[in-house]
Every structure is written in structure tokens, then in C-alpha cells.
Write a protein that binds this ligand. Structure first.
Ligand SMILES: [Zn+2]
Length: 251
């Protein structure tokens, strides 16, 4: 697919862009996939640890695993794909990012309107009260060898502020995601195979809303059939190229 053909179609729309983002965008930032290549944790699968039942059975084990992930995360930095989305927002062409990633790299790249539908690994929340605390290498939750307790109610455990396997999405985040989809006329689907429900329904809503849907992925995916265009290749290369030409053509 010639990138200029895609961009001409976008320019013709006077675009209002929303992006749906998955793990593929963070690969170039050194984020390991959920499968984790960290030797110590090779014997565990994410589906066994990132669950409410694993946490109630052995919260210490789950927290140790998240701390290991956090140590890797702290080394990661946004890559040109993240910065491209920030640029589109600064130029008032993008109205939001709907991300499945919990790594917080969009925020570090300077993006403002971000819907983190799977939560945020840099935050912890109380299992009982409404308290949410930031936690990273400098905070108590990260340093503690024992289990981190809520600093508000002081009797309940903190848990990572992410959506675990088997848990529903936060209804407010999901509403924001669908609203952004309806308010836009171009959807970029970046680094996600789109097979995870309900995120996979957003490109379908976008199509029903008569939006142009453009996929950025290393290879064809199960949703390629829904997309008007697929730009194949590493998104840290294709997205900056797309953004640069688009902004040039919209001058
Ligand atoms: Zn609490």
C-alpha cells in the first residue's frame, strides 16, 4: 500500500483522529511482552499471576512479579511512534489515544488525552477503599519487601491498578473509548492484533460510524479485513512517516 494514497484519503476527510494502541508500539521501547523473558519468572504465565484468584491466594508472589516487571519498565522510554501520536495531538488532529498498554509511555511522551483501558502499572489501588497511590522505584509500595498496605485505610492491601484476566474493564474508561470513536472520523489501529474483546469492537464501531480505519502493524492481523488500509512494518517507522507526510500535506 502506497502511504501517499492513504494520506490523501485522510486529508480529504479533514481528519479527527483517534488511535487504538496495543503492545506492538512498546516493543521498540524494550518492553517485554506479557510472556516475559525474565528468567526468574519463566515458570509462571501471566494468565496465572495477573488474576484476582492468584492475588487472593498469594498476594506476595503477585507483587514480586509486578515489581520485577516494574524494574524492566523503568528502563523503557517512549519511541518515535509514541512521539508521533503526541505530535498529532499537539497539532489538534488527534483527539485521543485508547491504549491497552499499562506502561504509561504515552504520558511520558507528552500525550494528554489517554484512555488506559487496561489500567496503569505505575499505580496501585486499595482492594477495599477508593485510595489510589502512585508507585515506582521511589515509593513505599515498590521498596517494601513485605506486602504494601493502603496508606489511607491502613488495613487493606494495595493491588496493582490494572485490569486482570477475568476482570471487566472500568465502565467509565470504556465509555470514553466509545465516545472518542464516535467523535472521530479516522481511526489508527496500532500494534494490536485486535483479537481481545471488547477492544476489538472499536474498529467495527468506527467503520459503522463511516470512519477511515488504518492499521499499523508488523503483519496482517485478524482485523485487517475491517481496515480500509494496512501499513505493514514496525510502527516506530511507519507511524512517524505517516505523521510527517500528513502534517506536511495539511499545511
Ligand atoms: Zn484503603
Amino acid at each position: 500500500m502506497n502511504i501517499n494514497t492513504v494520506i490523501d484519503a485522510v486529508v480529504e476527510r479533514d481528519p479527527t483522529i483517534v488511535s487504538v494502541v496495543g503492545a506492538g508500539i512498546s516493543k521498540a521501547s524494550g518492553m517485554p511482552t506479557f510472556r516475559g523473558e525474565d528468567g526468574l519468572w519463566n515458570n509462571y504465565r501471566a494468565e496465572e499471576l495477573a488474576t484476582p484468584s492468584a492475588f487472593s491466594k498469594d498476594p506476595k508472589l503477585v507483587w514480586e512479579w509486578y515489581r520485577a516487571r516494574m524494574r524492566i519498565l523503568l528502563e523503557a522510554e517512549p519511541n518515535p511512534a509514541h512521539y508521533s501520536l503526541t505530535k498529532l495531538e499537539e497539532e489538534n488532529i488527534s483527539i485521543g489515544i485508547i491504549t491497552q498498554n499499562v506502561d504509561g509511555l504515552h504520558e511520558i511522551a507528552g500525550s494528554k488525552k489517554i484512555v488506559e483501558i487496561h489500567g496503569r502499572i505505575r499505580y496501585a489501588r486499595c482492594v477495599n477503599c477508593d485510595n489510589i497511590e502512585r508507585w515506582d522505584s521511589s515509593t513505599k509500595a515498590q521498596k517494601d519487601i513485605a506486602l504494601p498496605y493502603c496508606h489511607k485505610c491502613e488495613i487493606n492491601l494495595l493491588r496493582p491498578d490494572v485490569v486482570w484476566f477475568g476482570e471487566p474493564l472500568d465502565p467509565q474508561s470504556w465509555q470514553q473509548a466509545t465516545e472518542l470513536t464516535m467523535q472521530s472520523n479516522v481511526m489508527l489501529v496500532i500494534g494490536t492484533s485486535g483479537v481481545v474483546v471488547p477492544v476489538s469492537t472499536l474498529p467495527i464501531y468506527a467503520k459503522q460510524n463511516n470512519s477511515i480505519v488504518i492499521e499499523f502493524n508488523i503483519e496482517q492481523t485478524p482485523i485487517s479485513g475491517y481496515c480500509d488500509y494496512s501499513l505493514l512494518g514496525p510502527c516506530e517507522e511507519t507511524l512517524p512517516e505517516f505523521t510527517e507526510i500528513l502534517l506536511e500535506k495539511m499545511k
